[in-house]
Design a protein around this ligand. Structure first.
Ligand code: PLP
Length: 532
């Protein structure tokens, strides 16, 4: 493909994508293929000679599209939204076109610097405690905060001259008191953010940092103890409803992960955590990490961050908060009540690629102490060193991967194109539509709502057995008309309805509800017939 053809094909590809998205509702939501469907449709070996572009594109419709689950379809209500928007797609395109690999500042300074600035922007958009945000003495924070008075999560008062304290404990206190101005003068400010590939990666990285921190402190107390002896005793706590990636991180990091029970609001409470820590310590184990969730995958419930945070502080445990989905809602002031207690966190992640119109992959991860990450993940071969390493950020020390994409571009394009208000409108619409759907479900006495509908997820079920609900969901998903996934909370099989489509409408909620009602009619009749 030469320059001229690239220009032509590129424009055609944009048309193809725009047409696909415009007419997506003409398709089934889920494919009808069986595992292995693709192999017979493609040649056994790669072509020896170049093939015509038209032939490749026609195979997209013939072979690929039949196996696509249409995540952007208005009737796709599974998992959580898969972020997508035109500015983000174009940002991705530019990133691919530049073809850079930004593992260090020197490998492409703009890649690193834009990433730092985007993490700062988003951190401020979601009112993250300022201990997480990069301190930039040249940056006029005051002006920025005033651009949007609701940012910063605190009253942005005028104590810019109050500069007497500099301990990290003070930062924690000042944040919990809603006073973020102290930190602007912190010469020891050591927080910061990075873009990683997934929430799973963020949680793994938090676990690795917490593990190193605890092992280091234990070794300081007892220089003769081996790392392996400490490792064998480490315990991480999370709730039964936390995402399975916490368990997976435990497998990789080779540490125990305890899934603790939740209360009647599906929330992990301090009392439960406290009791387990006590028992584990009595048995000679070493608690080191709590991974709390702000918006569980199962039912969008919230752990009690305040109670957990206080315990973490007392017990010197790393406190990670996973806000993969719900974190995006924090751009709207009215949802910030859910982040109460976040000031205790050592690290936090949220995925703009779920609910902030960014294409996958785009996970934001912030830490209060960047050196905890760097201590856990730093290696420094000669070929990666550069003369600015002392002053610049090298993100290769902040995660598992060395090579890194220019992910910040899509954030930059999307945030600028929509503006914070545009993004807020999108979030608020999804939350409003979830309420519309909730009311429809509540109006049909055969159904019940499980948990509270706070954001864009509605969990419901037919009153009756888990089997009945399994049959309903199977029938709905087999129809190809709509797609949802189940979850299990406190032994109840529930159906999750997530508002996902970018331009979802009231009408979409009604259509979805009617499909569900029709299938419920026939599943109930069938179920009764089987039992009689
Ligand atoms: N945490 C929560 C709360 C999630 O909802 C999800 C996915 O839905 C994850 C973590 C895992 O996300 P990722 O696929 O980015 O690893």
């Amino acid at each position: 493909m030469d320059d001229a053809e690239f220009r032509r094909r590129g424009k055609e590809m944009i048309d193809y994508i725009a047409d696909y998205l415009l007419h997506i509702s003409d398709r089934r939501v889920t494919p009808e293929v069986e595992p292995g469907y693709l192999r017979p449709l493609l040649p056994k070996n790669a072509p020896k000679q170049s093939e015509k572009w038209e032939d490749i594109m026609s195979d997209v419709e013939r072979a690929i599209m039949p196996g696509i689950t249409h995540w952007q379809h208005p009737r796709f209500h599974a998992y959580f939204p898969a972020g997508n928007s035109y500015p983000s797609i174009l940002g991705e395109m530019l990133s691919a076109g530049l073809g850079i690999v930004g593992f260090s500042w020197a490998a492409s300074p703009a890649c690193t610097e834009l990433e730092t600035i985007m993490l700062d922007w988003i951190g401020r958009m979601i009112a993250l405690p300022v201990a997480f945000l990069p301190f930039d003495p040249k940056c006029d924070h005051k002006k920025n905060d005033n651009d949007d008075a609701s940012l910063s999560g605190s009253d942005d008062d005028d104590d810019d001259d109050d500069d007497d304290e500099s301990s990290d404990d003070h930062l924690r206190d000042s944040v919990s008191n809603g006073d973020n101005n102290h930190e602007r003068k912190q010469s020891r400010h050591i927080g910061g953010g990075v873009l990683l590939g997934s929430a799973s990666e963020c949680i793994l990285v938090a676990m690795l940092a917490a593990r190193t921190k605890k092992i280091t402190s234990k070794r300081l107390a007892d220089p003769f103890i081996e790392d392996g002896q400490i490792l064998a005793k480490l315990v991480c706590y999370t709730s039964k409803l936390a995402h399975s990636c916490v368990e997976k991180a435990g497998l990789i990091a080779m540490v125990r992960v305890r899934d603790l029970p939740v209360d009647e609001n599906f929330s992990l409470r301090g009392e439960t955590l406290d009791e387990w820590i006590r028992v584990d310590k009595e048995n000679g184990l070493i608690p080191f990490l709590v991974s709390g969730t702000l918006g569980t995958t199962s039912c969008c419930s919230y752990d009690n961050l305040e109670e957990i945070g206080e315990i973490c502080q007392r017990e010197e445990l790393w406190f990670h908060v996973d806000g993969a989905y719900a974190g995006s809602a924090l751009i709207c002031e009215e949802y910030r009540y859910i982040m109460k207690g976040l000031q205790f966190a050592d690290s936090f992640n949220t995925n703009p690629n779920k609910w902030l119109l960014m294409n996958f992959d785009c996970s934001c991860f912030w830490v209060r102490d960047k050196f905890a990450l760097i201590n856990a993940m730093s290696v420094d071969p000669l070929y990666l060193q550069h003369k600015h390493a002392q002053q610049a950020v090298d993100y290769r020390h902040w995660g598992v991967a060395l090579s890194r994409r220019f992910r910040a571009l899509k954030l930059w394009f999307t945030i600028r194109s929509y503006g914070i208000e545009g993004l807020r409108f999108y979030i608020r619409e999804h939350c409003r539509l979830a309420k519309v759907f909730e009311l429809l479900i509540r109006a049909d006495i055969r159904f019940e709502i499980i948990g509270n509908v706070t954001l864009g997820l509605v969990c419901f079920r037919l009153t009756g057995s888990n089997k009945l609900n399994q049959a309903l969901l199977l029938s709905l998903n087999d129809s190809g008309l709509i797609h949802m996934v189940p979850s299990m909370v406190n032994d109840l099989y529930i159906i999750r309805f997530a508002v996902c489509a970018k331009h979802a409408t009231d009408d979409d909620m009604h259509v979805a509800f009617h499909i569900i009602q029709e299938h419920a009619d026939s599943v109930i009749i069938e179920y009764r017939a089987q039992r009689s």
